[in-house]
Design a protein around this ligand. Structure first.
Ligand code: PEP
Ligand code: MN
Length: 350
């Protein structure tokens, strides 16, 4: 439940209510706004124990939250969460594109791709150093060496870096090198990992599980929020259906649904959602038109040689073309896509 305190409530009264709730075993999340102070009351029994809280001095009203998620809900916070990393914002007016290869393959590949990504105008580079592969015989990633290459790319280009963390043991090392931690689809319900990244000061991209319902996905975000990290970016990356033509089925309706239910930013990954580079451009534009706050897209300097996910990776020219087209969709949506675009719509340097 949420306890809304009276306008301009005195600190002493606030403390009394807080002590009362703590004595009942609840954990609290206090949000002190300019207008109002609200207390998010967390615990299993909030509904049962509809304590006579409204009788307490300084309390204006008590609102029950009927959804199982609390901190992620719109009831708890009705203004959109905007995550700031330096001068880059995620969830604000500006859209963000995270682009780069599926996997870090070599120093040369990463430095070359970083130049391409920067040239196209994206501000965030993706690249996996720890790869969750279906086959144990497939390329597993360069691990810490890969993180070093990503960090070097950031130094050279100023791009921010997002990279996946697969287990609790590597949260610290990944967080040392990157700006945003990614929790992959296969780990969406790895609860120890969610709790661990919840302790990090870095923003988290939380991908939707392959077969996760919307509520399960938001509950996974709730784990991170409840552990103290309020910088969660949800990422729709397609779900399992009966369809086999595409790698997954992109659920775009989830974008307005997430916006309605939560205050968290949401981005879309049309690469893993479709598995086919031809579908990336139209689905990326559709995602922005649906209200997404950004995209995460696979781009490779030479997709046919990629060690991972070549068929869904955009060639540099296709990436440039997409960035040009996205700017127009962004403008229709009243959003901006910052960055210097040096390319016209056909991808020719202009
Ligand atoms: C990825 O983005 O590199 C990835 C493995 O995606 P997902 O977890 O969505 O499959
Ligand atoms: Mn991939």
């Amino acid at each position: 439940m949420i306890v809304v305190m009276e306008h301009g409530v005195h600190q002493e009264k606030l403390e009394k209510v807080v002590d009362f709730l703590k004595s009942r075993g609840f954990s609290l999340h206090i949000s002190q706004g300019i207008e109002r102070t609200i207390i998010g009351v967390l615990g299993d029994k909030t509904q049962k124990e509809n304590l006579a809280l409204e009788a307490l001095d300084g309390v204006e009203k008590v609102v029950a939250i009927i959804t199982p998620y609390k901190l992620a809900s719109r009831e708890f916070r009705n203004t959109d969460t905007v995550i700031k990393i330096g001068d880059v914002t995620i969830g604000g007016q500006e859209l963000q594109v995270m682009a780069g290869p599926c996997a870090v393959e070599s120093r040369e590949q990463i430095l070359e791709t970083a130049e391409i990504i920067k040239k196209g105008g994206a501000k965030i580079m993706r690249g996996g150093a720890y790869k969750p592969r279906t086959s144990p015989y497939a390329f597993q990633g360069l691990e810490e060496k890969g993180l070093e290459y990503l960090a070097e790319a950031r130094e050279k280009t100023g791009l921010l870096i997002v990279s996946e963390v697969m287990d609790t043991r590597s949260v610290e090392v990944v967080a040392n090198y990157v700006d945003i931690l990614q929790v992959g689809a296969r780990n969406m319900q790895n609860f120890p990992l969610l709790k661990e990244v919840g302790k990090s000061s870095k923003p988290i991209v939380l991908k939707r599980g392959l077969s996760a319902t919307i509520e399960e996905w938001i509950m996974a975000a709730e784990y991170i929020l409840a552990a103290g990290n309020h910088q969660v970016i949800l990422c729709e990356r397609g779900i399992r259906t009966f369809e086999t033509y595409t790698r997954n089925t992109l659920d775009l309706s989830v974008v307005p649904i997430i916006k309605h239910l939560t205050h968290l930013p949401i981005i879309v990954d049309p690469s893993h959602a479709t598995g086919k580079w031809r579908l990336v451009n139209p689905m990326a534009k559709a995602a922005i038109a649906a209200g997404a706050d950004g995209l995460i897209i696979e781009v490779h300097p030479d997709p046919k040689e990629a060690l991972c996910d070549g068929p869904q990776s955009l060639m540099p020219e296709k990436y440039f073309q997409l960035m040009g087209e996205l700017e127009q969709v962004a403008n229709v949506m009243g959003r901006t896509l910052q960055g210097t675009l040096h390319f016209d719509k056909t991808g020719t340097e202009g």
